[in-house]
Write a protein that binds this ligand. Sequence first.
Ligand code: GDP
Ligand code: MG
Length: 281
Amino acid sequence: MIVLLSVAPAAQDARLAQVQRGAAEAFLEAHPAGRGAPLAVVVPAYNEEPTVADVIAAIPAQAAGLATEVIVVVDGARDATAARAIAAGALVCDVPVNRGQGAALRLGYWLARTRGAQIIVTIDADGQYEADEIARVIEPILSGRADFVSGSRRLGTELTTDATRHAGVIVFGALISLLVGHRITDPACGLRAMRAEVTAAVVLEQPQYQASELMISAALHGFRLAEVPTTMRDRQDHATRTKKGGNLGYGLRFARAAVQTWWRDRTAARTRERPENTQCS
Ligand SMILES: Nc1nc2c(ncn2[C@@H]2O[C@H](COP(=O)(O)OP(=O)(O)O)[C@@H](O)[C@H]2O)c(=O)[nH]1
Ligand SMILES: [Mg+2]
């Protein structure tokens, strides 16, 4: 019965691509709908075998009093990312075909909501973020001050060595601040938290460059944004590389995703009713 209840939504949900549905159904058979922890930590992982287990191990079982579960979305990896993640204790959705980080996160959000999460956190599988800062990114949600919270390397600690990316974060922070009318210092932080409802309400279409789409769409749909200081390092394994390509292409594609999202959502209902504060129970 549980299987029937949990499989039907994945088979029917239009937000999931056909190739994701089978993996989602298998995931929900193993990890049934409605039985999840209140705080889901979604980890997109593509060929991150060297680091994914350490990232999962560092995620606390509870953050700010909320039990956590870790949902790793792997798609088309050519290494043992999925096996390492399972061995480290995560719930893993393994999609056979690579579809990009944005698509993986969309699926992760869907799985987290289907499991019953109230709050969704994201963190990357390459060790660039500190899992013990999860409590910090969820605090503004729990205290009712924000619906979407991004970590910020510029408010916190930037231990990265790429000067071009550093400059890009400043430039795109200014661009996105203009687009959403709210000061954003770091529009590309992979450590973020949101009320689960945000992920259902916004439009997410970008296959890869989803950070700006999520942030801009959330702001233009009237959700309250906040940033908190967090730490960002270089990826922890230097043999694996960014999946986003060189800095010039990254910058251009990031800019295109930001402007496309703003154009698409500029008339979205900023007047939507404010959600009730999330209760920390
Ligand atoms: N499932 C999945 N994860 C991805 C994909 N591309 C990137 N990721 C993950 O998303 C996170 C951030 O990607 P990364 O390449 O480090 O981006 P960067 O930090 O912006 O350079 C990492 O955990 C990646 O493994 C993808 O196509 N599929
Ligand atoms: Mg990275």
